[in-house]
Ligand binder design. Structure first.
Ligand SMILES: *Cc1c(COP(=O)(O)O)cnc(C)c1O
Length: 425
């Protein structure tokens, strides 16, 4: 006998909806507000004003990230997408090149490749819900220049395998860490495994100033090129338009970060690790409670120690069942969703990237129309990554924030077990 599901009129496992909210912005404190006010009172809003440039808030967060990541160079920019574009210019990805990205990532990853003039090539994901290293290898052509692993929803990608493929085929690795700021992989901070790592401070990310981003690398040339892309006057702030250290100049598009945004990130950085610690404890408890439920396959997390803990995902055997499962779990007052449901245009799934699926083909800026491009890509189809759609269609995801308690974790375990017992036979 199993308990009657709330969706069938039974008593829900909890009386009110358990739903995660934003992380960083949910508890902006006086210290953070004061940090922004400091910038306003000083009337010093622009990073590169000659006076005080060294102590600008932007410079402070760059130095902090260098230290935290153990990288030589960090460049703060005005968004995660800007970070990706600056990084792609940094590694000299451009017209004629292909860049491999996963089928499951925020639409901006693909947009950044196109902005750099290169052709995005989509690789399947696997049970980690991140790039499948085997399909990465299968998608390599003579034109592949770079690969962009994305650490989605706090979960590290399979970096050992991805780096091995990249080394063997001489590919540049640009990590998209927008959703996993503070995560690690086998002890190394995410964003330090590839040649360059890109972060975002947009409101949906772990810490936030509404908009903002950062590029980190150990490579001086990559840094200098990214810096020029982020500011068309990069040379001039140094007092010389023809700096002897730099043998080339690129035109740039001004992605500079405001001092106001930097001030917020600077103060909020103190909450990054505490937020993750609380989310991780909750996730560990959920995983512990659900690791052996018949019929449920938990997301395969490549390095659970480094997982940010901001989401918990599992698979059921079929997509139709996933939709019923999610509805039943919601009725138990546990907010959750299926990841892929073809009635919802989720912009994290390649088949819903409109400029890839349709518009681009008509656009003279379509990167494959560039005369430098000699490869075979001529467009994209919503069915081209069936394995990814299968995983995403069977996946159910629960978002976790720092306000969840261990008791909340226990209710999630109870709710998922209850629904699984009723629906999975
Ligand atoms: C949010 C996000 C971006 C883009 O960041 P913005 O700051 O919104 O420009 C890029 N990639 C991924 C995976 C993201 O989640």
């Amino acid at each position: 006998m199993c308990a009657m599901l709330a969706i069938d009129g039974g008593k829900p496992v909890r009386p009110t909806m358990l739903r995660a909210g934003f992380h960083g912005s949910a508890e902006i404190n006086d210290h953070e507000i004061e940090s922004v006010l400091e910038v306003l009172r000083a009337k010093r809003l622009f990073r590169f004003l000659a006076e005080g440039a060294e102590a600008s808030k932007v410079a402070l967060i760059e130095r902090w990230y260098c230290e935290r990541l153990g990288r030589k160079y960090a460049l703060a920019v005005n968004g995660g997408t800007s970070a990706l574009i600056a990084a792609l210019f940094g590694v000299d990805v451009g017209p004629g090149d292909e860049v491999i990205i996963p089928a499951y990532t925020y639409v901006a990853t693909a947009a950044a490749v196109i902005a750099a003039g290169a052709v995005p090539v989509i690789a399947e994901i696997d049970a980690s819900l991140n790039m499948d290293p085997a399909d990465l290898e299968a998608k390599i052509t003579p034109y592949t220049k770079a690969v962009m692993p994305v650490h989605m929803r706090g979960v590290p990608a399979r970096m050992d395998e991805i780096m091995a493929v990249a080394r063997e085929h001489n590919l540049i690795v640009v990590e998209d860490v927008a959703q996993s700021n503070g995560g690690t992989y086998k002890g190394k901070p995410l964003g330090t495994l590839g040649l360059v790592g890109c972060f975002s401070f947009q409101q949906y990310k772990v810490i936030t100033s509404g908009e903002g981003g950062l590029v980190a690398t150990d490579d001086e040339t990559v840094y200098d090129r990214a810096r020029m892309q982020h500011d068309c006057a990069a040379r001039f702030w140094e007092g010389s338009a023809d700096h002897p250290r730099y043998p080339f100049v690129i035109s740039g598009e001004n992605y500079r970060l405001s001092e106001l945004s930097a001030a917020l990130v600077w103060a909020q950085r103190e909450r990054l690790d505490p937020i993750l610690a609380r989310c991780r404890a909750v996730k560990r408890r959920i995983v512990e409670g659900l690791k052996d439920v018949p019929g449920l396959q938990l997301q395969d997390v490549p390095d659970p120690e480094g997982d940010c803990g901001i989401t918990f995902a599992f698979f059921v055997p079929e997509a139709a069942l996933a939709r019923r499962f999610a509805a039943a779990l919601k009725a138990e007052n546990i907010a959750c969703g299926t990841v892929y449901d073809n009635t919802i245009p989720d912009r994290h799934i390649y088949s819903h990237w409109p400029f890839m699926m349709s518009g681009l083909a008509e656009d003279r800026r379509a990167p494959w129309k560039n005369p430098f491009y000699k490869g075979d890509v001529q467009g994209y189809s919503p069915t081209q990554c069936p394995k990814s759609l299968d995983y995403l269609g069977r996946a159910i995801m629960i978002f976790i924030d720092q306000f969840f308690t261990l008791e909340d974790a226990d209710t999630i375990v109870e709710g998922v077990r209850k629904v699984a017992q009723a629906l999975i036979r």
